[in-house]
Design a protein around this ligand. Structure first.
Ligand code: SD4
Length: 355
């Protein structure tokens, strides 16, 4: 149990003025490090003094993605450039059937990609249900930097990408097409994302190794600025036009440079219903540790939809301004990758709600 999360909340409720509150939270975070150091630390949580730069990302394939992000961070580069570069590794990996080219198509055979990015100044950009472009995260960044908008979808997102020099590509690889055709034989529309529970999955997605695994990446750079990125092909064999949480600012990703950043993976519908990543960041603002904030967001999902929650996976990952990180998931099996000075290839098992 993280002692300091609770400690902060109790004390915080006694503060009534905004400026006092702010000052207190800053003090709590500093205090948190020392209390955490003597308390018992949870798996998937960490409490230390300021750690920067640092980059963390969802799932074990985040290790390779973190390496590219680290290349930028270690030489003093910006968190924004690091997260964009990092998640592009997963987008380019053709063996990854849940992100970028090689991702499984929707039930009509279209590979539609979702991505978003957010920087330390509250700027953000997003694309959803976009076809034919292998690196949606780059298009999301362009939406952020070159348009007055936050989100472009479908045909409009594709048009914008092509107008800006992106190449049209066929994203449906032969293995993904094969898996889709296999799925078509059964044609059972019962999208469930819980790869970790293999026996549960076998019946619904025969022969399928991955039916989810978005990459969400959060980085704190040497200047102390946070950014995040999130990219996915979404739910395998979803309805055409279905969009999950991953490209939705506040659901799949949120960054507040005063406090911290959060991202999510798993069944997007439940994350959207609870505006999960925003919730995690707001909980950290109240003094929760990253791990406790993720846990509270998971519990919110359970409270709202207990019948759904028990059969699905959702995992949250969070990083605060001090470089402390934590995670929590509904089910066993969620992992995340951490890269920091002296320890660049860590894979950590997230704690989970259902035992
Ligand atoms: C979605 N959240 O489309 C994404 C999928 C995912 O791990 O994260 N899978 O709902």
């Amino acid at each position: 149990m993280r002692v300091y999360g609770k400690f902060c909340i109790i004390a915080w409720s006694n503060q009534d003025k905004m400026n006092t509150r702010r000052r207190f939270i800053k003090q709590s975070i500093i205090g948190a490090a020392s209390i955490g150091a003597i308390g018992e630390l949870s798996a998937g949580a960490k409490s230390t003094k300021m750690t920067k730069p640092i980059v963390i990302s969802t799932w074990d394939f985040g290790v390779a993605a973190n390496q590219d992000a680290w290349g930028i961070l270690k030489s003093g580069g910006k968190a924004l450039d690091a997260v964009e570069r990092g998640v592009m590794v997963a987008e380019a990996d053709l063996s990854n059937t849940t992100v970028g080219k090689g991702g499984y198509p929707d039930r009509d055979g279209h590979v539609t990609l979702d991505a978003c990015i957010m920087d330390s100044e509250g700027n953000c950009g997003s694309v959803a249900a976009m076809e034919h472009i292998a690196h949606p995260i780059q298009v999301a960044r362009l939406v952020m930097e070159k348009t007055p908008h936050v989100m472009l979808v479908g045909e409009g997102a594709l048009q914008f990408a092509l107008e800006n020099g992106f190449k049209r590509d066929n994203l449906l690889t032969p293995p993904a097409e094969k898996a889709w055709k296999e799925w078509l034989k059964g044609k059972k529309y019962a999208p469930v994302m819980n790869i970790e529970n293999q026996s549960f999955n076998k019946e619904r997605l025969p022969g399928n190794k991955y039916n989810h695994d978005t990459i969400g990446m959060l980085a704190l750079d040497a200047s102390g600025n946070l950014s995040g990125a999130c990219t996915t092909s979404g739910m395998a064999f979803k309805m055409h036009g279905r969009v999950g949480d991953s490209p939705i600012i506040g659901a799949g990703l949120y960054v507040d440079n005063e406090i911290g950043a959060a991202t999510s993976t798993g069944v997007g519908e439940e994350v959207m219903r609870t505006v999960g990543s925003f919730l995690v960041v707001e909980l950290m603002r109240q003094g929760y540790s990253p791990r406790d904030a993720c846990r509270e967001a998971v519990e919110r999902i359970v409270k709202k939809k207990p019948d759904i929650a028990k059969d699905i996976q959702v995992g949250f990952l969070a990083l605060n301004k001090n470089g402390e990180y934590g995670s929590f998931a509904l089910q066993e099996g969620f992992t995340f990758a951490v890269c920091e000075a002296g320890n660049q290839e860590q894979v950590i098992k997230g704690e989970h709600y259902y035992k």
